[in-house]
Ligand binder design. Sequence first.
Ligand SMILES: Nc1ncnc2c1ncn2[C@@H]1O[C@H](COP(=O)(O)OP(=O)(O)OP(=O)(O)O)[C@@H](O)[C@H]1O
Ligand SMILES: [Mg+2]
Length: 531
Amino acid sequence: MVMGEMWSQVGSVIASLMFAYAMFQQYFPYDLRRYLSKYTNKILGFVYPYIEITFHEYSGDRFKRSEVYVAIQNYLSANSSSRAKRLKAHDIKDSKSLVLSLDDNEEVSDEFQGVKLWWTSYKSVPKNNSFSLYPDSDEKRYYRLTFHRRHRDLITSSYLNHIVKEGKGIAIKNRQRKLYTNGSNDSWYGGKRTKWSHVLFEHPASFDTLAMDPKTKQEIINDLLKFKKGKEYYAKIGKAWKRGYLLYGPPGTGKSTMISAIANFLDYDVYDLELTAVKDNTELRKLLIDTSNKSIIVIEDIDCSLDLTGQRKKKEKEKEEDKEQSKDPLRKKAEEEDMNKSKVTLSGLLNFIDGIWSACGGERLIVFTTNYVDKLDPALIRRGRMDKHIELSYCSFEAFKVLAKNYLDVESHDLFSTIERLLGETDITPADVAENLMPKSDDEDADVCLKNLVEAIGKAKEDAIRKKAEEEEKLKAEEEAKLKAEEEEKKKAEKEKLEKEKESEGNSGKEDVKCNGTLDKEVKENGSVTT
Ligand SMILES: Nc1ncnc2c1ncn2[C@@H]1O[C@H](COP(=O)(O)OP(=O)(O)OP(=O)(O)O)[C@@H](O)[C@H]1O
Ligand SMILES: [Mg+2]
């Protein structure tokens, strides 16, 4: 009986409190409520020693998720979500895998330098009952961080920076990398106009599968690692955090494959820059500014991309000469095509690589490839612009062993010694070796493929010998033709000399005759000769 009475009293007290609260919310002036809540919080502050910080998903810009919120989400999904009981799985744009984050109103604890703190995820739903086509569009999510007030300095100065840095790092690790290329049309990405368009970068090449001299390979890997970790070092020496690589060698020696391997190794995006599609130097600069950090900017076959030296001068001279003929419709069309051609100059490209603008952002690798390194302007490839020159050459025995392991899972074989000898005598590209090592049907095993390779190298050797002989013959023929031409020229000159001499002799005879003729005439006229 007593118990029942007590419960009914409690019930009525709660009901009265709720009624009073509702009245307070409904009828108290806003200013008075604010005033009261301020003092309530102050009083609470004396008894409740914890500080709370909230991080909203959308703050300021309504259409852009807060970067800090995303970083916290990533951090918590990697560090604390394993301890949470309720999780939410969702796919994030540009992320490789599903992201697990705390479900609404779930709390996890974290520890930083011995200090314990708590993260809670909240969802607030607005009270208006208006109908919306997008029911969830007004939901607001936020994280709340709670910690003891004596750790205030540590948390605000170090922990929050630590969280944002870690969260961004995790996002970079999880992101799907992209292969960008510049076309002539603008596209929209991330709410802004850009000249780059992209696809997912999915090339499987790696340094393990790259066939080359192991020592050079290790040297490149070390160089890349040093570069990746070199943020402070580059700042210390006062250099922009970027590095230039020049890859050169005959076609099919793995230049493009190496670029993919580098991108996979460093976890960078790739920007494949097509120089001929760039209108002018200004556009080149815009493209550079539009690249993200942690990226490789590639210019393939730089020697063929543009005539970067005499191009402009030649064109202008031609224009002057052809001014009068410009009415011709065919010529007009050719001129229009000329106008559409790239006007990127060597100095524009040099500025792109290491001008003032090149320092915007950081962690960029610029890679040039070429088949003919000698054709390039020395200014373009000097150290500081192209810091590391890497030659990719014909297949060595070491490189072959890597390919044999990759393609056939073979590390030793009877034919290896023959192949070693043949490779020492013959130039064959890794691309050709790889093609021969690849089984073309289920019946072809390692033996067959290696035999095919021996045959192919033998053939390449014969071809090389034949080509050399042909070239020598050609050279000999050219030399002979040259000698013959020289002899003929000599003979012709002698003949001409003789003819000239004869002519001059003849002329002097005629003059005598002419003299004599005049004399006769004078004799006839005077009737006597005076001496
Ligand atoms: N060093 C190498 N290691 C592994 N595979 C290679 C190597 N070189 C060439 N290959 C194979 O040969 C193919 C062609 O190589 P790649 O495109 O990298 O040559 P490249 O040097 O870029 O040639 P190009 O100068 O014509 O552009 C690749 O698909 C790859 O499979
Ligand atoms: Mg290539």
